[in-house]
Design a protein around this ligand. Structure first.
Ligand SMILES: CC(C)(COP(=O)(O)OP(=O)(O)OC[C@H]1O[C@@H](n2cnc3c(N)ncnc32)[C@H](O)[C@@H]1OP(=O)(O)O)[C@@H](O)C(=O)NCCC(=O)NCCS
Length: 192
């Protein structure tokens, strides 16, 4: 499968940017309160996360199922997690996480929305929160891998491809190496 590497970063990030609180979004596309009124809770820790159901969502969207014990380790090693719980079933319906060094760089992984809940804004909900959580930590370089069919989902959220022509690369043991596309932030979220 071809993979694309998406970058979310401010061009000035190499000159010691400081994060302004004004760069953090307070007006999300769907507020926490509106989410709750629609029967969804926003979660930011693995507590209560049904890993079997998360695996079901992975399988439904074509991601591989994973050993729950390893998923748990991955979650413990992720410094930011955002997921949405359906309060009716207590099951996760949307999920995303980020790993990183805690100060400069983060990589977003496992962005999924249960297909039964896609198209109602939950993907946007989790990415908006995850990005703001990372920015609030002062992390200015946020990247992800995106399949070609979801590039259009990430663009309005501030991600852009091939910043300054920079290409990402991924080590691959496959005969045909992955194709990588860089995406960088277009919105001004950082001040220097
Ligand atoms: C990609 C995914 C996370 C989007 O989640 P979602 O909840 O359906 O998306 P939303 O309803 O929040 O959509 C937000 C906006 O993005 C748009 N959008 C959603 N998916 C899109 C896509 N594949 N391409 C272009 N735009 C897309 C929506 O039309 C909406 O636009 P609007 O704000 O103008 O109304 C979801 O489809 C998914 O889980 N896909 C399978 C797993 C996957 O590919 N994950 C990404 C791995 S990199």
């Amino acid at each position: 499968m071809m993979q694309y590497h998406a970058f979310l970063s401010h061009p000035s990030s190499s000159v010691c940017p400081r994060l302004s609180t004004s760069t953090i979004k307070s007006n999300y596309s769907i507020s926490d309160k509106d989410l709750e009124s629609r029967g969804f809770y926003l979660r930011r820790t693995p507590n209560g996360l049904n890993l079997a159901e998360l695996n079901n969502i992975f399988a439904k969207v074509g991601f591989p199922r994973r050993d729950p014990a390893k998923v748990l380790i991955a979650l413990e090693n992720s410094h930011s997690i955002v997921w949405v719980e359906d309060t009716g079933t207590s099951k996760p319906v949307a999920f995303a996480r980020a790993i990183g060094d805690g100060v400069f760089n983060a990589v977003v992984w496992d962005v999924v929305v249960n297909p039964s809940f896609q198209g109602i804004g939950l993907g946007k909900v989790i990415i908006e929160r995850l990005v703001d959580d990372l920015l609030s930590l002062g992390i200015s370089n946020i990247t992800l891998y995106a399949e070609p069919k979801v590039i259009g989902f990430y663009r309005p959220l501030g991600f852009t491809a091939d910043p300054d022509g920079i290409k990402g690369m991924a080590y691959s043991t496959k005969e045909k190496p992955n194709v990588i596309l860089l995406i960088t932030l277009k919105k001004k979220r950082m001040v220097v």
